[in-house]
Design a protein around this ligand. Structure first.
Ligand code: 1HN
Length: 341
């Protein structure tokens, strides 16, 4: 029976002090005990709300017309996991999402539409479904849609992480759109072909490549899946890298693409990085802890830290995913566990 120290707790509270022994075991837990819940968002439902938002407010008025994926275990906190933000953005034909920059890093994963662009530090790139596009921290960026169809992509940002560190800075450009100061494709020519400029030296922590097109990623996965055996837990899984140093492409968000063949039943797996998945192709079911979710293309689901996850694939699937694994690895904290066969 622990000593009753309630009176003492109340006595020291006005001096902004608290006894450790009341909270110690919730602070230092034997295992991650997260508030983040497993969840899946059906694309059809989210898309219909997003298109309604498209009639309510313009991209210019909103600055970014986005619906935030809020984890049901973390309501009102604008986050999908403890460390990451995710949202679905709509840019209608002819619209501009105006130029700004911030210390948060952003990824775009294109869900629907083709031919809109984002301009990052003066270089334009055209976005197509399945492309993974990076906005490095403090890079100027604006988006525009010169195509004739709505353009929808998922944004992933490290907002909660920067909030925790109190390291947010942001500013708007006076012009709505940047002028193109770098010819489109120049970065790819220098960094995307297994080549680097001969004297390239940098302190940048983000990949210079800022569009990783789906056509190439898919080709890699296709060849792998026809020529080798799948991993028991992941199927065929690749990570996106910075060609300059082989590290993850972004300093705060690790990104991956994996494919799993029809009939594949993965072994259970868990890791300390809560992970957001985007279904690119295929159909299947994923068991996360005690819950099973069924998914189809364009759905988004989240696996909390240290929840066992296993997949059952009904039709050959391709999944994009992102997490804070890169941060945890840098700190020596990242941990994984595979079910024994
Ligand atoms: C942002 O700059 C974008 O550039 C999207 O598209 C979502 C959420 C919060 C803060 C900045 C974008 C954002 C954001």
């Amino acid at each position: 029976m622990p000593a009753d120290t309630r009176e003492f707790t109340e006595k020291i509270a006005p001096d902004h002090l608290a006894p450790l022994w009341n909270v110690m075991h919730s602070l230092v837990r034997p295992e991650p005990g997260t508030g983040t819940r497993p969840w899946k968002w059906d694309y059809a439902a989210v898309r219909s709300h997003l298109m309604e938002a498209g009639e309510l407010i313009s991209a210019m008025e909103a600055e970014r017309r986005v619906l935030i994926y809020e984890n049901p275990g973390l309501p009102g906190q604008s986050r999908i996991t403890n460390s990451l933000y995710a949202g679905l953005q709509l840019v209608m034909p002819g619209e501009i999402a105006p130029a700004h920059r911030h210390t948060q890093s952003a990824l775009r994963f294109v869900i629907e539409g083709s031919g809109a662009h984002t301009t990052v530090n003066g270089e334009k790139t055209i976005m197509r479904p399945g492309d993974f596009v990076i906005t490095p921290h403090w890079a100027w960026h604006d988006h525009g849609n010169d195509s004739d169809e709505p353009m929808i992509w998922l944004d992933g940002l490290d907002i909660p992480l920067l909030q925790f560190l109190d390291a947010s800075f942001a500013e708007r450009m006076t012009a709505d759109a940047q002028s193109e100061t770098v010819p489109s494709g120049l970065t790819d020519a220098q960094f995307s072909n297994g080549l680097l400029p001969v004297d390239h030296r940098t302190t940048a922590v983000t990949s210079p490549v800022f569009n990783y097109p789906y056509s190439r990623t898919r080709e890699s996965l296709y060849t792998l899946s026809r020529q080798s055996d799948p991993d028991n837990c992941h199927g065929y899984k690749l990570r996106y890298t910075n060609p300059v140093n082989g590290d993850y492409a972004m300093p705060t968000i690790a990104t991956f693409m994996q494919s799993m063949p029809t009939g594949f039943a993965s072994h259970a797996y868990r890791s300390t990085d809560a992970t957001v998945y985007v279904v690119v192709e295929g159909h299947g079911k994923t068991r996360i802890g005690d819950e099973t979710i069924e998914w189809q293309p364009k759905d988004i689901f989240v696996v909390p830290s240290w929840f066992p996850v296993s997949h059952n694939i009904d039709e050959e699937a391709v999944l994009f995913s992102f997490s804070d694994r890169v941060v945890q690895e840098k700190l020596g904290l990242w941990k994984e566990s595979r079910e024994e066969p």
